[in-house]
Design a protein around this ligand. Sequence first.
Ligand code: BGC
Length: 575
Amino acid sequence: MSDLPAPEAPAPDPRPTPTEPVADPGAAAELDVAELDVTAPDVAVAPAPVEAAVAALPWWDSAVFYQIYPRSFADSNGDGVGDLGGVREHLDYLRDLGIDALWISPVTRSPMADHGYDVSDPRDIDPLFGDLAAMDALLAAAHERGIKVTMDLVPNHTSEEHPWFRAALTARPGSAERARYVFRDGRGPGGDEPPNNWPSIFGGPAWSRVVEPDGTKGQWYLHLFAPEQPDLNFDNPEVVDDLEKTLRFWLDRGIDGFRIDVAHGLAKPDGLPDLEIPATQLMVGSVEDSRFDNPGVHEIHRRIRRVTDEYRAVTVGEIWVDDNERFGKYLRSDELTLGFNFRLARAQFTADDIRDAITNSLAAVDAVDAVATWTLSNHDISREVTRYGGGRIGTARARAMALVVLALPGVPFLYNGSELGLADVDLPDAALQDPMFFRSGGLMRGRDGCRVPLPWDGVAPPYGFTTGSSTWLPMPDDWAKLTVAAELDDPTSMLELYRAAIALRRSRPEFAAGSAFALLPAADGCVVFQRGQGLVCVVNTTDEPMQLPPGEVLLSSAPMDGDRLAGDAAAWVAL
Ligand code: BGC
């Protein structure tokens, strides 16, 4: 990361100061005291001189990112779908939450077969979300508040309505128009079989057959996702040139960087051989799935980096690659600046899983001197409250894990609604919209449950999300206590926990980029790690309270009982 230009001077810090830990002495039951040994690190990252390191680091190395799923964040025009105006109206909320940067899921032109991940014009805003002026206004307003803005870049595929794909359909096999995509003749008599056995990530075959302009049955085109999302051919220089044009288009408008969709899937294996595994699950990285993580992908990321470096912009790639060494390759100093490591989002709430996810995520980046990212959920992954068991326990564990991701070294990504403690919504079939549900014949329920619009205020749907009466996905009746307004009024809410944690993370030198990290030995069922010279994060995954090491409890995810931390909870302690 050392070849980047010096960062800009930081904007003044408008964020709130931390609140005191919540104290409720009545809450913890009688306990077995778990012994903590906080003296001997078993995994250590060498301490770095903090101030010197921070001065040399780019802004994103310790930033807190917040993912906005624009359909679901806030609606400013009453049509029931969130939009850029809605984001702009709530920038003060985001500033007060304390985040540093936004990742906005796709808002570019799209027929919305995959809610924006099918792009028909990558250099314009879809009218559903606003227009270029709305994007410019949002960018300016965010920058005024010291918030950076990154956009989703979807290079792997276009929409079937992209002018290139339309041209490919009316052109001949072997034409330059078809060479931008992956067209092949079929196998078997009459070419009636797909060119290989690849399944689509969303279910069904990864190939669809076209009808040639003369009306005959024709070639097949590749779509790793829905048929409406034809894969581009990155061996074609025109495709890479066009991507560069898109990068520059947004960077010239002042965008601070990109989240790169399917960053590990842009290069396809030579000869497109049959898969030897039966199918792959959605977004689950597997080195056995030969469609992903092919060597050619790295040259594409180098090309992107050459452009983004000119603008000092950040890139964060979606990298579903389990192997640490292979993962790290994406983060070499001339490729992506950051990469999503999804280990923590897949970990159960057990000490072993949490420790394993932390250790491996750090190992993957340390080898290439890159920075780790941490995420508990996103628009493709079940919300953490639900993954950890739902209800009271799921919420308690999600609170604990919030303190984990915000204490780890590197870059946390929060998914909108996590800060409110939202759970997945069990939607009726009739409400579902995810192509995964339809393509899989209902076998996979899809991702709509984690995409329900955010509740802002009021006691009934649409909870201030829209001025209209309906929302693109129905909102549940029992979210009155989970609205932003209600949580701002409740010092014990998830939102207040997030605000306090982010403020502490900002003010304590132990959390600064480059500050030391060490996993410490801990009692069964506990994870303890140290930041800097003496701040520890203690996670108790058991259902019994445990004794904390002596020190000042800066923040706890559950009420403290003296020096005892409840089960399913975490605390930050200054030793
Ligand atoms: C995005 C998904 C999307 C897929 C196809 C991803 O990994 O995060 O939401 O459906 O790419 O673009």
